[in-house]
Design a protein around this ligand. Sequence first.
Ligand code: GUN
Ligand code: ZN
Length: 633
Amino acid sequence: MRFELKERDGLARICILETKHAKIETPALLPVINPNKILIEPKELKRLFNLKILITNSYIIYRSDRLREDALERGIHELLDFDGAIMTDSGTFQSYVYGDIDIDPLEIVDFQRRIGSDIGTILDLFVTPDDSYPKARKKVKETLKRARESLRIRGEMILSCPIQGGLYDDLRSYCAREISGMDCEVTPIGGVVPLMENQRYAELVKVIISSRMHLSPSKVVHLFGAGHPIIFPIAIALGVDLLDSASYAKYARDDRMIFPWGTEKLQDLKELPCNCPVCARTDVKDLLEMEKEERERRLALHNLYVCFSEIRRIKNAIRDGEIWEIVEEKASQNPMLMDALRELRDERIKEWLERFENLSKRSALFYRNTHTLHRPVIYRYQRRLLERYVPRSREVVFMEEVEKPYGKVYRKVWEGSSSEILVDSPIGPVPLPLDEMYPIAQSVFPRSMDEESKSSAEELKRKLLERFGMKPIKRPRKGKRDLDIDRIRYTLDMQFGRGVSDVLLDGEIDLVKSKTTGKIRNVYLDGRHILSMRAHDGFFTLKIEGARILHNFYSPPRFRVIIEDEAIDFVRKGRNVFSRFVVDCDSRLRPFDECLIVSKDDDLIAVGRTLLNREEMLAFEYGVAVKTREVLK
Ligand code: GUN
Ligand code: ZN
């Protein structure tokens, strides 16, 4: 199996998953096909939705003489008349619903292999949210034992080993760590259907996190039973790749329609608030008067149209760096989801999310609700300010927020002052020279902020004053400073660490500025081009001459991506660094950071930009880890 990360927004990622029958772009929603009651033919799903992968249940097939013989003879793809990828489940869910089922855990895995399933699932033990701790632990142990045994007999089949553990954080983590070390490719998060059915989203989020945090990034993560679009964004934002939906059919049976914001009963609607091919050609009255069977089919189709279109919308958001905007938008539509987002304010979780967070995004950050201030990228700004900021004076003047970029309005004040000028922004104090750095200039907040957000900005201000022993004064003291040089200094320290500006600017500095915008373009040190500033996010790209200085200044592994000897010649030709050639790298590198590509002997080969963080570079077997920009000649 090939699994490769292509694009990302933090933990949310667009990957290519290749099985025997299909090349699937994830995140993907797998419609559940009940082999006993096929509501919409898989072939029809392929035609309508370009469906590449579906999920069905091998236990249902196994238990019926007719289906079993047919599947063994012709294979599952012929049985369902579908030539895409087929994932099969094992009967675990049936045992949860109907009590113990009579099947051997290895026999059902072998059966899935024999009928040609692309992705088979072990017979894990469903831990319910109210199982006691000893009971949950016993089920986890048994699930792990079955996973190990199943792996020995899986043959060519991709194996999916679910993570159980109920609501017990330590059991989930333990189970995830154990399964992460096994040779299975797909790791679903199991036992969560009761949480979703009862909208217990805060607990659901905790469960996803305690599992996901301990899984290798190269595992394909599936969320079992996640069929409603209200939870797609948060699940995907926490690193889920596959979702499956029986809801589209189940809801249709009860005359319920799925919408992006929730579910509505058909009878309660006067109008159809949807323009999918089903809704566009009919109305509520027509649907209600239809034969039950026809109505069920149409509602199921509508439900799928809505779900697939939501997945596509989320994929756009990942590409545009807007996953949190959709997550927060959904939370505004559902109070339980709002509570779930509160779980993400935990310091340990913020640290985890920050490790995967892109350095910057293409689009502006839009305020949605009080959670916005807790996004990983804002958390990073606040932490880096405390860790990397080097104030030039202890005397500080706080200025009120003005139109962005602040430097345009306050330029004169800065240039005529020897004091630090900090702008009171919604995300906390902003030193004037950082005003063009993402997300400061590239964020949009309402003029009137809520009290909760205001107090978090105040708290950062307090910490900052304390950390640097700064003293607020009313009016700036007279002096003379150069905003351009300060902009370069402050940005360098924030981007590359405290004190980096001292070495990178140690000599004669020349600037090239844009004729149209006046923004800094290129930075020269003693005649050598060392840095370029990106107009859209205000960060630097490193030129190879700049990389040399950084390489001399920092000892390994800081800013390094160390590559295998066999990859050196490729990279020297300007090719990208693939994950499987990464020996190790600096754990402080974030996605889209500038990095030094070096040999095992720490010879500088090239400079590039990461796509992955360290955990990911070491885990992925396929795909690009670093985009090479410039090679050392
Ligand atoms: N379907 C819904 N939940 C589960 C689960 O926990 N395990 C398996 N195998 N299938 C499921
Ligand atoms: Zn519709």
